[in-house]
Design a protein around this ligand. Structure first.
Ligand code: FCB
Length: 476
């Protein structure tokens, strides 16, 4: 891949390395629509959206931003922006509607067309194989808490890889196993909406096992392809240096970050977290050899970063327990010992604290404390309630400031020697934001949901300029 810096542009104050991937990310259920077309079967999100009260406004991904039909226009947008990489996900229920066995060739064809259009436009395809849309028949059989789902996932990954591995070099297996397991099976805020903490832990293990099995299968076919997974990491700070607060931070960092990083990169679960989880029979889900499968070498780790948690301990006071940023029904097992503290710092429209330093801290920590692996920011962005803006590009200055701050954090980390190789902003287009429906917009490109008209925001122009210059301008 060649550098995108144009010789006529002034040298940027914070230049990124040549070959850096500048991308944007999306996910199938959030943008594709065409939920019942060409043989696609239902996923757990199709089912969940239909349960009253689960998704704001009763919104669904039935139509979303109609990317299934408009992908050529969307690829042209990417090329206009100058993106050299695009992260999207492949809908399992489109390719294998029953979650096992028979392949729906029409579904697979969509991704062949998409990949060909990307390659033609000079945009490198970065598919993710699981971004939360489990085929409903697999949930009916028990879902991710069932070990067999990991094997079904590896089969699906193998099928897609057999069809696209000649054209696609970069593969991500699972997206944010923390969300899929804990929001899906512990707090119930995401599909399938179950509230079973012990099952959620098994789901997390099986998601990671599925990742490992999928990498094994795909790498056997094409050892020259590059494989990894995307995890959502948070900065975690104790509210004070008091012992109880430090312990709360240890717990949340343990469940949110180390519970995934340690098995993937070191081949073991963190001992302190296993102690916290005693009583939930988690270790019964782990079979001999599982950790070696999960820990097999990966070529890259994707980091999705949005925010920080500041926590304090609530020793012996379960009464004022649990008020997590997600809900009163906490996805963190053991959160009765933790209170989430409002720091009073600026937040995005999601209520998520803006803390770019946290991204730097996470990158440096990964570099210093874990075995070496190439890193990519696979998601980072800001969501707001944005009013329609008529025919003019929306002046989304808050989003520009958010992206600039986080890109500076990336640059600082690279200067420290962190092997950060690319950055994908979330998201290319406004889209279906899970339990928030269409109420929150994350796109560089505004979408009018009534007409499906795409209109780049000021942030799109700004990001495009960063890419063209190969880095950030002088501090404003
Ligand atoms: C992440 C998800 C992504 C998007 C962003 C805002 O947790 O991976 O699909 O919804 O949050």
């Amino acid at each position: 891949m060649t550098s995108v810096q144009h010789s006529s542009e002034p040298a940027p104050a914070a230049a990124f390395p040549a070959g850096f991937r500048w991308g944007a990310a999306t996910a199938a259920y959030q943008i594709e629509g065409a939920a019942a077309e060409d043989g696609r079967g239902p996923s757990i999100w199709d089912t969940f959206c239909r349960i009253p009260g689960k998704v704001l406004g009763g919104d669904t991904g039935d139509v979303a931003v109609d990317h299934y039909h408009r992908f050529r226009e969307d690829v042209a947008l990417m090329a206009d922006l100058g993106l050299n990489a695009y992260r999207f996900s492949i809908a399992w229920p489109r390719v294998q509607p029953s979650g096992a066995g028979a392949v729906n060739e029409a579904g697979l064809d969509f991704y062949k067309r998409l990949v060909d259009a990307l390659l033609e436009a000079g945009v490198e395809p970065w598919p993710t194989l699981y971004h939360w849309d489990l085929p409903q028949p697999l949930e009916d059989a028990g879902g991710w808490p069932e070990r067999d789902t990991a094997h079904r996932f590896a089969d699906f990954a193998d099928t897609v890889h057999a069809a696209l591995g000649d054209r696609v070099r970069q593969w991500m297996t699972i997206n944010e196993p923390w969300c899929a397991a804990f929001l899906g099976y512990a707090s119930g805020e995401h599909a399938p909406g179950r509230r079973e903490p012990a099952a959620a832990l098994r789901a997390a293990h099986h998601l990671m096992l599925g990742h490992g099995l999928a990498v094994e299968a795909m790498r056997a076919r094409r050892p020259d392809n590059r494989f990894g997974a995307a995890v959502n990491l948070y900065a975690v700070s104790p509210a004070s240096q008091a012992e109880a607060d430090l312990d709360a931070a240890r717990r949340i960092d343990g469940m949110q970050n180390r519970f995934f990083l340690d098995p993937l990169l070191r081949g073991s679960y963190p001992a302190d977290v296993l102690t916290d989880l005693e009583g939930l029979k988690f270790e019964e889900a782990i079979r001999d050899g599982d950790l070696a499968v999960i820990n097999q070498p990966i070529d890259q780790l994707g980091i999705n970063y949005y925010s920080r948690f500041t926590v304090s301990g609530t020793p012996g006071d379960a009464a004022q327990a649990v008020s997590s940023p997600f809900s009163s029904h906490s996805p963190w097992v053991g959160s009765e010992f933790v209170r989430f503290v409002d720091t009073g710092r600026p937040v995005t429209g999601m209520g998520w604290e803006i803390y770019e330093r946290g991204l730097y801290e996470i990158l440096v920590r990964l570099h210093r404390e874990y075995p070496p692996v190439a890193l990519y920011i696979t998601e980072n962005g800001a969501g707001y309630d944005e009013p329609p803006n008529g025919d003019a590009p929306l002046n989304d200055a808050d989003r520009i400031a958010y992206l600039e701050g986080h890109l500076r954090a990336c640059h600082d980390a690279i200067a420290e020697g962190v092997p950060l190789r690319g950055y994908f902003t979330w998201s290319l287009l406004d889209n279906f934001e899970w339990a928030w429906g269409y109420s929150k917009r994350f796109g560089l490109v505004h979408v009018d949901y009534a007409t499906q008209r795409r209109m780049p925001k000021e942030s799109a122009r700004w990001y495009s300029g960063v890419i063209r210059q190969g880095g950030l301008p002088e501090r404003r």
